[in-house]
Ligand binder design. Structure first.
Ligand code: 1GP
Length: 252
């Protein structure tokens, strides 16, 4: 419960937590160290590592490098059961509750659970809700499931509540990496107001203003990935952190 408690404490102290997604396919060794250091100095609260599809990256090597660079929590955000590695601090144990594909609801988990135990990784059970966001996203395609229609916040809310009743400790509202549009404020509000566990929002968030809107709508953890893959956008990381940390005074 160490990392889950860290997230809860961060939410309680700062109002919300800001996590940055590191995709092993997208960052070179050289950029990785500079990027992580930049994130640390800009107020990021931790890192997610993973991707729905990995083509070039070596997950274990990448994760070990990340851990050797940062003291912030490093949490696996697995795109598959192959993305489990001993050097991480925790793993989001994700069930794609928006879909009806048994493999992604429980099947992959049966394969993953013994390894997670062997590695003594902290599993954080997460109800993962993929939301329609424009073009079909990799997460949507790879999970082989229909997303929740973007104009149906009540479906997302009922799904999240069911996940919470099943014992899940986080709800992840996911528009998909690089999504055309983020999850709507209305949907974030509907889910956050019905759930008592923290709601993560990610996918297609490209400005601190949009990040702040999601927090004001009730999100407790915000994730960005794709937008920061362009070094020209790194200067905005601090603004993203300030936009998320609604309880602490803004620093420039
Ligand atoms: C994807 O929610 C994350 O799983 C982050 O999305 O890469 O679009 O920021 P982006």
């Amino acid at each position: 419960m160490k990392i889950y408690n860290y997230l809860l404490n961060t939410v309680s102290q700062k109002g919300a937590a800001y996590l940055v997604l590191l995709d092993p396919d997208k960052l070179t060794d050289n950029d990785l160290s500079r990027f992580i250091t930049h994130c640390e100095h800009s107020g990021v609260d931790g890192f997610l590592v993973g991707g729905s599809l990995m083509i070039n990256g070596n997950f274990d090597d990448f994760l070990s490098k990340v851990k050797s660079i940062t003291t912030l929590p490093v949490i696996i955000f697995p795109g598959s059961e192959n993305q489990i590695c001993q050097s991480a601090d925790a793993i989001l144990f994700i069930s794609v509750v928006s879909g009806r594909n048994a493999e992604h609801l429980i099947g992959k988990h049966v394969l993953a659970a013994p390894l997670i135990r062997k590695y003594n990784l902290e599993p954080i059970s997460t109800g993962y809700i993929i939301v329609e966001s424009g073009s079909i996203t990799t997460a949507e395609y790879m999970s082989g499931s229909f997303p929740v229609p973007k104009n149906k916040p009540e479906i997302a809310a009922a799904t999240a509540l069911a996940a919470e009743y099943l014992g899940m400790k986080l709800i992840y509202l996911e528009a998909g990496s690089g999504a055309d549009n983020p999850v709507s404020n209305e949907m974030v509000k509907a889910v956050s107001s019905i759930c008592s566990v923290p709601v993560i929002v990610g996918g297609g968030i490209r400005s601190p203003q949009i990040a702040r809107e999601k927090i004001k709508s009730g999100a407790k953890i915000l994730v960005t990935g794709n937008y920061l893959e362009d070094e020209n956008n790194w200067s905005l990381i601090k603004e993203f952190a300030n936009a998320v940390h609604v309880k602490i005074p803004i620093t420039v």
